[in-house]
Write a protein that binds this ligand. Structure first.
Ligand code: NAP
Ligand code: MG
Length: 480
């Protein structure tokens, strides 16, 4: 039978009300930035400019921190948990009501498929606000003492791979525990954070409780260095995480860091292979592989290597790459030209170091930033593609003979964020779970998220946890 053709099923852009120009959201209002500097955010699927965004400098940051401080002292720290919860519930409901609009804007600004923004990013963001709304009036029963106290003003910096979801991971627990916030979204994906600012207005959130300042890396650096910040929460690269840790060591400001990863997905010979293929595909190609906990190293038991690879390549050949707003699309655009260059560079190093490359036969659009789903076989542990985070749709395949060897290879990384185990045997899964050094371990599935479940890593994957009761602790003074 010839290939099945899908008719396009485009989501309409009409619902997305993107302004031409955005100010900074400080003290409950959108205001012009001090230096009037602007940068553009584009749609990475076609390189069209979506909006002009303000670049905040130190004067703006100071204004935002002062607004957050005043809101903390005068309003938010005096409000009962029960009252704070009402605002979180309201925000959660508004995110649900406006979910289609948020999904379209996120897909336009980030390049990720509408299927994912619609079914994962936006519903999970709302779920984080619902979950934390439930905690706000029960903090004294959470195991952090009788009178858990907020830090005060929190600086939060997030990356571009899950813009609204990372915002929800940061803002929901901060507000639930009584902190006020200054948040900086990533330079390439500020739009859903600015839309969220509108939601804060709609929810009548007291001015200054949430402030959103846009900018680039220098804005982020200046925010973390502001002297009136009580806590910093950062998600991003290990490189920037280290810079932040170093600069905060002087003031001893509490900090949580959610950084990079190089997750191993281990398939044992007794695994249900067809299900495992689906899990491996989801593990590395979900969100174009722009996922910190991606299963970017596939560890195959040697005797199933050939059979598994042929199943994997067959399945990869069916992946649909293209317009992120098409509901049939599996893989959207790479988020930026810079990220695409990084993927190309690491991928070339894989070839230069002797690994074999295979890419799915996708048609790459003429405009925008794209990379076909790719696997490398014959990868050794010394190869850069086995050690460094690629943060793209590229899978490195290694083999092992014994379960011990699988664990040793999986743990042989400076990171420790996620791992996956595929086996029919419960005892083997539990044994592997006990020996893997990773913050999250999935068994016979991958990339499953829930607000009640703590998330975070070992070693260079970061400090602290987000989500669940553990994540709350990061926003409470002195909590262990
Ligand atoms: P990034 O370059 O570290 O940027 C992250 C954020 O920090 C952005 O808002 C960025 O601003 C800002 N920033 C840049 N330089 C800064 C500085 N010197 N001081 C303070 N802030 C600064 O990371 P990315 O490339 O956007 O994101 C990808 C990385 O995030 C990957 O390594 C991935 O593994 C990690 N990640 C981790 C998790 C987790 O939970 N562990 C989740 C998602 C992503 P600009 O965008 O304006 O440059
Ligand atoms: Mg963009």
């Amino acid at each position: 039978m010839s290939d099945f053709e899908y008719a396009p099923a485009l989501e309409s852009k009409a619902i997305a009300n993107i302004s031409k120009d955005y100010g900074l959201f400080i003290n409950g209002k959108f205001i012009a930035s001090h230096n009037k500097k602007r940068f553009e955010t584009i749609n990475p699927a076609n390189e069209e400019v979506l909006a002009k965004i303000s670049l905040a400098d130190e004067v703006d940051i100071d204004k935002a921190v002062k607004a957050a401080r005043a809101a903390y002292v005068k309003v938010w720290s005096k409000m009962s948990g029960k009252e704070r919860a009402k605002y979180l519930f309201r925000i959660a409901r508004l995110l649900q009501e406006r979910s289609r609009e948020f999904a379209v804007v996120e897909s336009l600004d980030n390049g990720k498929p509408i299927r994912e923004t619609r079914d994962i990013d936006i519903p999970l963001s709302a779920a984080h606000f619902f979950y934390h709304a439930g905690w706000a009036d029960k903090l004294e029963f959470a195991g952090f003492g009788d009178k858990p106290k907020a830090h005060g003003v929190v600086a939060q910096i997030i990356p571009w791979n899950f813009p609204l979801l990372m915002l929800a991971w940061k803002i929901a627990p901060a507000l639930a525990t009584g902190n006020t916030v200054v948040l900086k979204p990533a330079e390439t994906t500020p739009l859903t954070a600015l839309l969220f600012a509108e939601v804060c207005q709609q929810a009548d959130l007291p001015p200054g409780v949430v402030n959103i300042i846009t900018g680039d890396g220098s804005t982020g650096a200046a925010l973390t260095k502001h002297p009136d910040i009580d806590k910093v929460a950062f998600t991003g690269s290990t490189e920037v995480g280290k810079l932040i840790a170093r600069s905060l060591a002087v003031s001893n400001t509490p900090v949580t860091l959610e950084l990079g990863g190089k997750g191993a997905n281990i398939v044992f010979e007794d695994a249900p292979l067809d299900q495992a293929v689906e899990g491996i595909i989801n593990g590395i190609f979900f969100n174009q592989g722009h996922v910190c906990c991606a299963g970017s190293r596939l560890l195959l038991q040697e005797n199933i290597h050939d059979e598994f690879l042929s199943k994997l390549q067959k399945r990869m050949s069916k992946i649909r790459l293209g317009d992120p707003l098409d509901k049939n699309t599996d893989i959207g655009a790479i988020n930026s030209a810079a990220q695409l260059a990084k993927i190309h560079e690491l991928s070339s190093s894989g070839q230069a170091e002797g690994a074999d490359i295979w890419s799915a036969p996708c048609q790459i659009p003429n405009k925008g930033f794209w990379f076909a789903p790719t696997i490398f076989t014959g990868v050794t542990q010394a190869h850069r593609i086995a050690r460094e985070e690629i943060f793209g749709p590229v899978l490195s395949v290694l083999t092992f003979r014994t379960p011990q060897e699988a664990i040793e290879k999986a743990n042989n990384t400076p990171f420790g964020l996620s791992a996956g185990v595929w086996s029919d045997k419960g005892s083997r899964i539990l044994w592997a779970g006990n020996h893997l050094k990773a913050g999250v371990i999935w068994a016979n599935t991958f990339n499953k998220f829930d607000p009640a479940s703590p998330f975070g890593g070992y070693k260079e994957s970061g400090w602290g946890r987000e989500g669940g009761r553990h994540g709350l602790g990061a926003y409470i003074k002195g909590a262990k």
